[in-house]
Write a protein that binds this ligand. Sequence first.
Ligand code: ATP
Length: 341
Amino acid sequence: MSAGIGCRDLRVHAGGRELLSVPELHVASGRTLAVLGPNGAGKSTLLRALGLLSGHRVSGRILLDGRPATRSTMRHAAVAVLQRPILRRGTVAANVISGLRFRGVGRREAYERAQPWMEALGLGPLAGRDARSLSIGEAQRVCITRALAVGPQVLLLDEPFTGLDSTTRADLLADLRAALTGRPTATILVTHDRQEAVALADDTALLIAGRIRQHGPTAEVLDHPGDTDTARLLGYTNLLPPALTGLARTLAARPEHTRLVLDELSGEGDGHTVTGTLRRTVALGIVTRVDVDTAAGPLTCLHPGDVPAAELPPPGAEVRVEVRHARELASAGRDEPAGVR
Ligand SMILES: Nc1ncnc2c1ncn2[C@@H]1O[C@H](COP(=O)(O)OP(=O)(O)OP(=O)(O)O)[C@@H](O)[C@H]1O
């Protein structure tokens, strides 16, 4: 018996089309999986299906600890936190204990059990506040604390950090990671933000057009896109097809690893060099962005710092671009031949 949550042959249909097809997925107790995908990939559809919360036509099996889940076993095991915080009337403390109260825990015991979680998540000073007066970041912190206080076997997170400012988001992610460490909870976070996957998840699955394209340890998946779709999703937006490099496969690189060759001494390293026409430069403060058109499509270079305009060639100039730390893609994206953007 494998403890945790999973599925076999999961398919979801709505509006006459298949939204999702996942042959197999398993998140073990104590592990966190990020499901990373662009808008419309089917992330929420997957999370809802796994939690037996879907309103669509679902086939296949959802498994809890290796056994087929029922609505009743799932309701007992799993807690979901959604993108928009949902709080009841009353104080922060009353909201935090409400998950336990819903599960039949008495008021006094619920407060005792919730207390350490409120401290761990930094809600102590807010305990007596009216929940309706909270900022969105505070409200989401309450929702996550309410979920953790239940001690769930499965925690389902549907983009709960979207809309939070970067500091609030980073703090909450760090606190959540610390709170989950050493706990036997199987956590699934759906997100379109790879930084969230890095901050929280042991493993990451890349979901595109309702299919899992890659799945494995987070650092490995995020640094090894397999095709042009996953490359774009992971920020490897500069694609160099074989026709441009003379290699057998398409190369993919991040803009921050792509530079204009500004003097003859650079560009002789271990990177790949291609030629193109400079379209425009944009000073962005901490970086300078340079867009270059090549025979195979546009490339974006990010140079650190504010590069003085006098040091850059003018628009229309023929330039050389060096790409470092490029990844060779195993295959093309679903609907395109290798190298075509
Ligand atoms: N009732 C429906 N009928 C037809 N298509 C639907 C229905 N509900 C959702 N979809 C489609 O299913 C796809 C997956 O939707 P889903 O909300 O799961 O994506 P997502 O990855 O969570 O996107 P986002 O990041 O934008 O929230 C989308 O293309 C959506 O338009």
